[in-house]
Design a protein around this ligand. Structure first.
Ligand SMILES: NC(=O)C1=CN([C@@H]2O[C@H](COP(=O)(O)OP(=O)(O)OC[C@H]3O[C@@H](n4cnc5c(N)ncnc54)[C@H](O)[C@@H]3O)[C@@H](O)[C@H]2O)C=CC1
Ligand SMILES: O=C(O)CCC(=O)C(=O)O
Length: 368
């Protein structure tokens, strides 16, 4: 496919190649109407450059919508590093990545995502100030997966309220895919609430950790294989790992009443939102539910304020309920209702914010 056809809705795509450190990364800036691009950096052993490019293009577009929905003055961007997080990480790799981010001169801010940790970005921070979510001792706001997990909990509460008339989390069962930075925290909170859990992860260490936590609480969790997670008899499916997991094959297997989790790009295609709807499964649009981390890192770039982050993250509950209502009133899927809500916000600003008008960096209150 023609490369420009492939990236046609994006403003800028940067291929980063550094032979000395082995860095192979792609930074995608989707849309900066609302402000400079902001989005995490994922590290994965992608099978091909094309796979990595597709991922970063989809993820960066999602960030444009996420920023609009969360009402933060940033645009959509994302980065991917091609490599195995378990084997290929080293300080110089992240320093080299930081140099590429710096070369964008404030058009792109980044931090953690799947496969990366706040500590990795301490090295990138040596090269650029355009890094978010590092520990507070380095001037950051800390692990952004904490508010992300909190947002998922608000999303689950809004979903339960809509389906069962109560936002209570206990008395329901949840199938969690992925016990990483976000999924593990969601699982802990659900255990605290006395919910029943089915869990899966490709990393046995995370499962063992959750099992011993559950044991210490006298609770039981059911461990299932990667394939089984789609067909368990749970009330809600909570995807907290990879994208594209809502597809023709998995929708046929789902027995749940709702899907609400942190994973970015859960629907393989937009029409899978319709298929879920036709099967009577309520879908919580991913970028509405998982905006907590974004809210924290966006806040960090101005005047960091923990209370405000908590307040804005708790608004995910109302935003999601409104999306559910809009979808019902306008006879569309929840994903279509969410997309329309965001597109209206972006278009209403596009007349006033022109391309590149947000080159200026936000005020760096902490690190200057
Ligand atoms: N960290 C954050 O604040 C945010 C994360 N997200 C999204 O949430 C998802 C999870 O992010 P993190 O927890 O930060 O990533 P992470 O890398 O800390 O955790 C991902 C977990 O999923 C597991 N996993 C990977 N493939 C799997 C598979 N096929 N089946 C089961 N488990 C699998 C990994 O072993 C790991 O434990 C990603 O899609 C990410 O883009 C979205 C918004 C913010
Ligand atoms: O958590 C971050 O660093 C930025 C937010 C992000 O990348 C996301 O929400 O997917």
């Amino acid at each position: 496919m023609d490369m420009f056809e492939q990236i046609k809705n994006h403003e800028q795509v940067v291929f980063c190649n550094d032979e000395d450190t082995g860095l192979k990364a792609i930074i995608a800036i989707h849309n900066t109407t609302l402000g400079p691009a902001l989005g995490g950096c994922r590290m994965r052993p992608y099978g091909s450059v094309d796979e990595a490019l597709n991922d970063v293009l989809r993820l960066s577009k999602g960030m444009t919508y996420k920023c609009a929905a969360a009402d933060v003055d940033f645009g959509g961007g994302k980065a991917v590093i091609i490599g195995d997080p378990a084997k290929d990480k080293h300080p110089e790799l992240f320093r080299a990545f930081g140099q590429f981010v710096e070369s964008l001169n404030g058009r792109f801010y980044t931090g953690t995502d799947m496969g990366t940790e706040p500590e990795d970005f301490v090295y990138a921070l040596k090269e650029t100030n355009c890094i978010v979510g590092v520990d507070e001792v380095y001037g950051g706001s800390g692990d952004s997966s904490i508010p992300t997990a909190m947002g998922v909990i608000y999303g689950l509460q809004a979903t339960n309220q809509t389906i069962w008339g109560s936002r209570d989390l206990h008395g329901k069962s949840y199938a969690i895919q992925g016990l990483g930075k976000v999924g593990y925290k969601v699982a802990e909170r659900l255990l605290d609430e006395g919910a029943d859990l089915y869990v899966t992860d490709i990393n046995q260490g995370s499962i063992d950790q959750l099992v011993s936590k559950a044991k210490s609480m006298g609770a039981a969790i059911k461990i299932v294989s990667g394939d089984e997670i789609y067909s368990v008899d749970a009330d809600v499916f909570v995807p907290c790992a990879i994208g594209g997991i809502i597809n023709d094959d998995t929708i046929d297997q789902l027995k749940v009443k709702a899907v609400a989790g942190s994973a970015n790009n859960q629907l393989l295609d937009l029409y899978h939102g319709l298929k879920l709807h036709e099967k009577g499964i309520l879908y919580a649009p991913d970028y509405i539910v998982n905006a907590g981390g974004l809210i924290q890192v966006a806040d960090e770039l101005y005047e960091p304020n923990k209370e405000r982050v908590l307040q804005k993250t708790s608004a995910i509950y109302n935003t999601l309920q409104n999306i559910y209502l809009q979808a019902e009133n306008q006879q569309m899927t929840t994903m279509e209702a969410a997309d329309r809500f965001c597109e209206d916000r972006i278009h209403s600003r596009s007349r006033r914010n022109s391309f590149f008008s947000h080159m200026k960096r936000p005020k760096w209150a902490v690190r200057q």
